[in-house]
Design a protein around this ligand. Sequence first.
Ligand code: SF4
Ligand code: SF4
Length: 150
Amino acid sequence: MILSKIKEAIICFKNLRVTFPYPLKRNIEALPVEGFRGKLTIDVSKCIGCAGCANVCPSRLIIVTDKKAVRRLDFYLERCTYCGRCADVCPEKAITMTQEFETATNDVHNDMHISAEVYMGTCQRCGRCFETQTILDKMMTVGFRNNQAE
Ligand code: SF4
Ligand code: SF4
Protein backbone atom coordinates (compact mmCIF):
# COMPACT_ATOMS: atom_id res chain seq x y z
CA MET A 1 0.00 0.00 0.00
CA ILE A 2 2.67 2.50 1.07
CA LEU A 3 4.94 1.28 -1.73
CA SER A 4 2.26 1.99 -4.36
CA LYS A 5 1.71 5.45 -2.93
CA ILE A 6 5.45 6.16 -3.10
CA LYS A 7 5.49 4.94 -6.73
CA GLU A 8 2.55 7.20 -7.52
CA ALA A 9 4.31 10.18 -5.91
CA ILE A 10 7.52 9.51 -7.90
CA ILE A 11 5.53 9.39 -11.16
CA CYS A 12 3.83 12.66 -10.28
CA PHE A 13 7.08 14.41 -9.42
CA LYS A 14 8.85 13.09 -12.53
CA ASN A 15 6.19 14.32 -14.96
CA LEU A 16 5.86 17.99 -15.69
CA ARG A 17 2.62 19.83 -15.20
CA VAL A 18 0.29 19.35 -18.16
CA THR A 19 -2.36 21.94 -17.37
CA PHE A 20 -2.20 25.68 -18.03
CA PRO A 21 -3.13 28.49 -15.64
CA TYR A 22 -6.11 29.36 -17.86
CA PRO A 23 -7.23 32.10 -18.56
CA LEU A 24 -4.06 33.90 -17.39
CA LYS A 25 -1.88 31.86 -19.70
CA ARG A 26 -3.27 30.16 -22.76
CA ASN A 27 -2.10 27.25 -24.81
CA ILE A 28 -1.85 28.82 -28.29
CA GLU A 29 -1.99 25.41 -29.96
CA ALA A 30 -5.33 24.72 -28.32
CA LEU A 31 -7.04 27.78 -29.84
CA PRO A 32 -9.85 27.08 -32.34
CA VAL A 33 -8.88 25.89 -35.80
CA GLU A 34 -10.31 27.29 -39.03
CA GLY A 35 -13.94 26.32 -39.46
CA PHE A 36 -14.61 26.25 -35.73
CA ARG A 37 -18.17 27.35 -34.95
CA GLY A 38 -18.26 29.69 -31.96
CA LYS A 39 -20.66 32.39 -30.83
CA LEU A 40 -22.44 33.82 -33.85
CA THR A 41 -22.60 37.43 -34.91
CA ILE A 42 -24.96 39.21 -37.29
CA ASP A 43 -24.23 42.03 -39.73
CA VAL A 44 -27.50 44.01 -39.68
CA SER A 45 -26.54 46.01 -42.76
CA LYS A 46 -26.71 42.79 -44.83
CA CYS A 47 -29.86 41.31 -43.26
CA ILE A 48 -33.00 41.39 -45.42
CA GLY A 49 -35.30 40.15 -42.64
CA CYS A 50 -36.34 36.98 -44.45
CA ALA A 51 -36.49 35.03 -41.16
CA GLY A 52 -34.88 32.00 -42.79
CA CYS A 53 -32.47 31.70 -39.86
CA ALA A 54 -35.37 31.56 -37.39
CA ASN A 55 -37.15 28.88 -39.43
CA VAL A 56 -34.22 26.47 -39.44
CA CYS A 57 -32.87 27.01 -35.92
CA PRO A 58 -33.37 23.68 -34.12
CA SER A 59 -33.24 25.40 -30.72
CA ARG A 60 -35.94 27.89 -31.74
CA LEU A 61 -33.91 30.66 -30.14
CA ILE A 62 -34.34 33.28 -32.87
CA ILE A 63 -37.52 35.26 -32.27
CA VAL A 64 -38.89 37.45 -35.08
CA THR A 65 -41.37 40.22 -34.28
CA ASP A 66 -42.83 42.86 -36.56
CA LYS A 67 -43.83 46.31 -35.40
CA LYS A 68 -45.09 48.46 -38.25
CA ALA A 69 -42.18 48.76 -40.70
CA VAL A 70 -39.56 47.34 -38.32
CA ARG A 71 -38.72 43.65 -38.14
CA ARG A 72 -36.85 42.73 -35.00
CA LEU A 73 -34.71 39.62 -34.65
CA ASP A 74 -33.77 38.50 -31.14
CA PHE A 75 -31.12 35.84 -30.69
CA TYR A 76 -31.15 34.18 -27.24
CA LEU A 77 -27.80 32.49 -27.59
CA GLU A 78 -27.72 30.73 -24.24
CA ARG A 79 -29.63 27.94 -26.02
CA CYS A 80 -27.38 27.88 -29.09
CA THR A 81 -25.91 24.51 -30.06
CA TYR A 82 -23.48 26.11 -32.56
CA CYS A 83 -24.83 23.93 -35.36
CA GLY A 84 -24.32 26.75 -37.89
CA ARG A 85 -27.59 26.13 -39.76
CA CYS A 86 -28.65 29.79 -39.48
CA ALA A 87 -25.39 30.90 -41.11
CA ASP A 88 -25.71 28.25 -43.83
CA VAL A 89 -29.21 29.27 -44.93
CA CYS A 90 -28.76 33.04 -44.70
CA PRO A 91 -29.04 34.23 -48.32
CA GLU A 92 -27.10 37.42 -47.61
CA LYS A 93 -24.34 35.82 -45.50
CA ALA A 94 -25.30 38.19 -42.68
CA ILE A 95 -24.61 35.60 -39.97
CA THR A 96 -21.06 34.52 -39.18
CA MET A 97 -19.93 31.87 -36.74
CA THR A 98 -17.00 33.50 -34.94
CA GLN A 99 -14.12 31.79 -33.14
CA GLU A 100 -15.39 33.01 -29.77
CA PHE A 101 -15.79 30.04 -27.46
CA GLU A 102 -15.52 31.67 -24.04
CA THR A 103 -19.22 32.18 -23.45
CA ALA A 104 -19.43 31.51 -19.71
CA THR A 105 -20.95 34.59 -18.11
CA ASN A 106 -22.80 35.84 -15.06
CA ASP A 107 -24.88 38.16 -17.21
CA VAL A 108 -26.50 35.80 -19.68
CA HIS A 109 -29.29 38.24 -20.59
CA ASN A 110 -26.87 40.85 -21.93
CA ASP A 111 -23.84 38.83 -23.02
CA MET A 112 -25.78 36.08 -24.81
CA HIS A 113 -28.50 38.20 -26.37
CA ILE A 114 -28.23 39.87 -29.77
CA SER A 115 -31.01 41.95 -31.24
CA ALA A 116 -31.20 43.39 -34.73
CA GLU A 117 -33.75 45.72 -36.28
CA VAL A 118 -34.39 45.76 -40.00
CA TYR A 119 -36.50 48.39 -41.72
CA MET A 120 -38.97 46.68 -44.01
CA GLY A 121 -41.29 47.60 -46.83
CA THR A 122 -44.90 47.05 -45.77
CA CYS A 123 -47.94 45.90 -47.70
CA GLN A 124 -50.17 48.87 -48.62
CA ARG A 125 -53.30 46.87 -47.74
CA CYS A 126 -52.59 44.87 -44.59
CA GLY A 127 -49.52 46.73 -43.34
CA ARG A 128 -47.46 43.54 -42.87
CA CYS A 129 -43.74 43.52 -43.53
CA PHE A 130 -42.84 41.78 -46.76
CA GLU A 131 -39.43 42.99 -47.92
CA THR A 132 -36.63 45.21 -46.75
CA GLN A 133 -36.11 48.67 -48.10
CA THR A 134 -32.65 47.52 -49.21
CA ILE A 135 -34.09 44.84 -51.45
CA LEU A 136 -36.70 47.25 -52.84
CA ASP A 137 -33.89 49.65 -53.73
CA LYS A 138 -32.03 46.85 -55.47
CA MET A 139 -35.14 45.92 -57.46
CA MET A 140 -35.48 49.53 -58.60
CA THR A 141 -31.91 49.64 -59.84
CA VAL A 142 -32.02 46.34 -61.71
CA GLY A 143 -35.26 47.25 -63.43
CA PHE A 144 -38.03 45.18 -61.83
CA ARG A 145 -39.93 48.36 -61.18
CA ASN A 146 -39.28 51.96 -62.01
CA ASN A 147 -41.52 54.48 -60.31
CA GLN A 148 -39.74 57.30 -62.08
CA ALA A 149 -40.67 56.01 -65.57
CA GLU A 150 -42.81 58.37 -67.70
S1 SF4 B 1 -26.05 28.02 -34.63
FE1 SF4 B 1 -27.79 26.56 -34.70
S2 SF4 B 1 -28.68 26.66 -32.64
FE2 SF4 B 1 -27.36 28.46 -32.85
S3 SF4 B 1 -28.72 30.12 -33.56
FE3 SF4 B 1 -27.82 29.16 -35.40
S4 SF4 B 1 -29.31 27.58 -36.04
FE4 SF4 B 1 -29.80 28.15 -33.90
S1 SF4 C 1 -29.90 36.99 -40.79
FE1 SF4 C 1 -30.02 36.13 -42.87
S2 SF4 C 1 -31.51 34.43 -42.73
FE2 SF4 C 1 -31.75 35.70 -40.87
S3 SF4 C 1 -33.39 37.17 -41.38
FE3 SF4 C 1 -31.43 38.17 -41.89
S4 SF4 C 1 -31.09 37.70 -44.06
FE4 SF4 C 1 -32.65 36.26 -43.35
